[in-house]
Design a protein around this ligand. Structure first.
Ligand SMILES: NC(=O)C1=CN([C@@H]2O[C@H](COP(=O)(O)OP(=O)(O)OC[C@H]3O[C@@H](n4cnc5c(N)ncnc54)[C@H](O)[C@@H]3O)[C@@H](O)[C@H]2O)C=CC1
Ligand SMILES: O=C(O)[C@H]1O[C@H](OP(=O)(O)OP(=O)(O)OC[C@H]2O[C@@H](n3ccc(=O)[nH]c3=O)[C@H](O)[C@@H]2O)[C@H](O)[C@@H](O)[C@@H]1O
Length: 459
């Protein structure tokens, strides 16, 4: 099978490299010339763990172009992985998909090819493929669905920072197909590419579109539940959120994943997918109260943290150090980051902020400008401020111990319970999100990771 991948961004570059590394010839297309050049020179167009190595390993089978005709001519399946930004009303915009599909369809018309398969991988609002994209392909190519071309909706469930591992070892391969031939082709492809044996769910296109955003909406609901529990635990001496979620997660009806109470979920996907689920339900006259409440709980979680922080600030120096700016560790992305929202809350209450993140300083500078101060290390933050909030589980933050502490007292608010209070020394008042702040919890963060799964999901 010869493949083309349209859009060589965070997901597309990895998808193209994975297919090529598994032996399939791949042509990548991007409107960004620099990304095309990078691929052709054997360089990763962006940073993602393992991507550079994969591109090097696959260089004989991977090339890129800005020519859609070349992509259509040299492939039988085109994967579309272009941005689908959120609109004001919560639905996803299909503007970039329509632009790319318009060009590909015109190229198909010119090519004289008998059949081509278009695979939509970008996240879309349910209904988009059949209501908007297929009519566009038919009119721009002059061809008929299922006679001259087939269509699939085939989103990925991958998290940034582990895109390649997730792509090659998915729990679920989701295929919405316009006809059986298209589904068979994709199933065969994934069976050849995946290193595990995922559950392959084949269904109608609209069912797959609904599944994609439902899955993310459900997971965010789980996180918001864990965060509510964490807030309750803070009020009850001896209660510990990690002990509780570890036990809950051992029940296979719940599972331990994405059940860590702490800070709000963020990033480019979860918040908008959950809001898109509510917007999609509303379009069909259904009030998705769970999704809306999940979103509200998520927003309030940052306010709750801000209140916790404000209570600890001494009147003499209204300064807080925020360690972590990205929405999670090992990324520079600050979109919908709870740390960014926390800083906004603090600034509104006239608290000064100094901050440090291993990867996201440039993005933060672009966003906050000179409204906050920037440190060049964790230690610099501790030297300036006696109140420090740790907002991500970055390795650099896990190393914090008594040697970092300058002020007496220093207050550390640990959103994910990554620090061991026994290693922080006597100058530190340690506050763990999800635990009562009364010293009743034994020293040491004992339970950090979910218990291993006792069953094989969907095997
Ligand atoms: N990044 C992720 O973790 C995940 C992303 N997705 C979805 O995948 C889609 C893409 O996301 P990302 O890769 O993160 O976006 P991105 O912004 O990193 O990359 C998109 C790429 O598409 C290119 N592009 C835009 N218009 C084009 C056109 N007409 N022709 C060719 N290339 C074009 C851009 O230049 C860019 O390189 C979105 O719908 C997103 O929701 C879904 C699951 C995970
Ligand atoms: O649809 C998407 O685009 C992708 O969105 C997420 O991927 P991603 O946003 O990259 O990152 P995650 O590692 O899943 O984290 C998302 C957020 O959830 C938060 N989270 C995670 C786990 C948890 O227990 N609690 C919690 O608050 C993280 O801190 C982070 O803010 C999903 O994990 C992917 O399966 C999905 O494909």
């Amino acid at each position: 099978m010869k493949l083309s991948v349209i859009g060589l961004g965070k997901l597309g570059a990895c998808t193209a490299a994975c297919f090529a590394a598994k032996g399939f010839p791949v042509v990548g297309v991007d409107i960004n010339k620099a990304s095309v050049e990078a691929i052709n020179q054997g360089r990763a167009p962006l940073y993602e763990p393992g991507l550079q190595e994969l591109i090097e390993a696959a260089k004989d089978r991977l090339k890129a172009t800005q020519d859609y005709e070349e992509a259509v001519r040299e492939s039988e399946i085109s994967f579309l992985i272009v941005p689908t930004p959120s609109r004001e009303d919560g639905h996803f915009s299909d503007r970039y998909l329509r632009e790319a599909l318009g060009q590909l369809s015109a190229a198909l018309k010119k090519s004289g090819k008998k059949y081509h398969i278009f695979v939509i991988t970008s996240t879309v609002s349910p209904g988009t493929t059949e209501e908007s994209l297929i009519p566009l392909i038919e009119s721009a190519s002059g061809k008929k669905l299922n006679k001259d071309f087939g269509v699939a909706y085939n989103p990925e469930f991958i998290a940034l920072g582990s895109v390649i591992r997730d792509f090659l070892n998915p729990d679920l391969v989701l295929i919405g197909e316009s006809n059986r031939f298209v589904g068979d082709k994709l199933e065969k492809l994934y069976k050849a590419v995946c290193e595990n044996k995922p559950y392959i769910a084949r269904m109608s296109i609209v069912s797959a579109e609904i599944t994609k955003i439902s899955l993310n909406s459900y997971i965010t609901m789980k996180i918001s539940f864990a965060n509510t529990l964490a807030n309750i635990c803070e009020k009850i001496p001896g209660a510990d959120i990690d002990e509780i979620t570890r036990a809950l997660g051992a029940d296979k009806r719940i599972s331990p994943y994405y059940l860590k109470g702490g800070l709000s979920y963020g990033g480019p996907c979860f918040p908008r997918d959950n809001r898109a689920f509510a917007a999609f339900a509303a379009k069909y006259g259904v009030d998705a109260k769970l999704a809306k409440t999940t979103d509200e709980v998520n927003r309030l979680q940052v306010n709750h943290l801000a209140e916790t922080v404000l209570k600890q600030i001494p009147e003499s120096a209204r300064l807080v150090a925020v360690l972590g700016l990205a929405y999670k560790p090992n990324t520079c992305i600050t979109e919908e980051s709870p740390a960014v929202r926390l800083i906004e809350e603090l600034l509104q209450r006239e608290v000064e902020v100094i901050t440090y993140d291993p990867l996201a300083m440039d993005n933060a500078r672009g966003y906050f400008g000179d409204r906050i101060s920037y440190a060049s290390s964790v230690k610099e933050c501790f030297s300036h401020s006696s109140v420090c909030v740790v907002t991500t589980q970055a390795d650099e933050f896990k190393a914090i111990d008594r040697s970092y502490i300058v002020h007496n007292p220093t207050i550390i608010i640990d959103c994910w319970r990554i620090l061991d209070p026994a290693r922080l020394g006597k100058k530190v008042k340690y506050i763990a999100v999800g635990r009562a702040c009364d010293g009743s919890h034994p020293a040491g963060s004992r339970i950090l990771e979910p218990a291993p799964l006792q069953y094989k999901a969907l095997a």
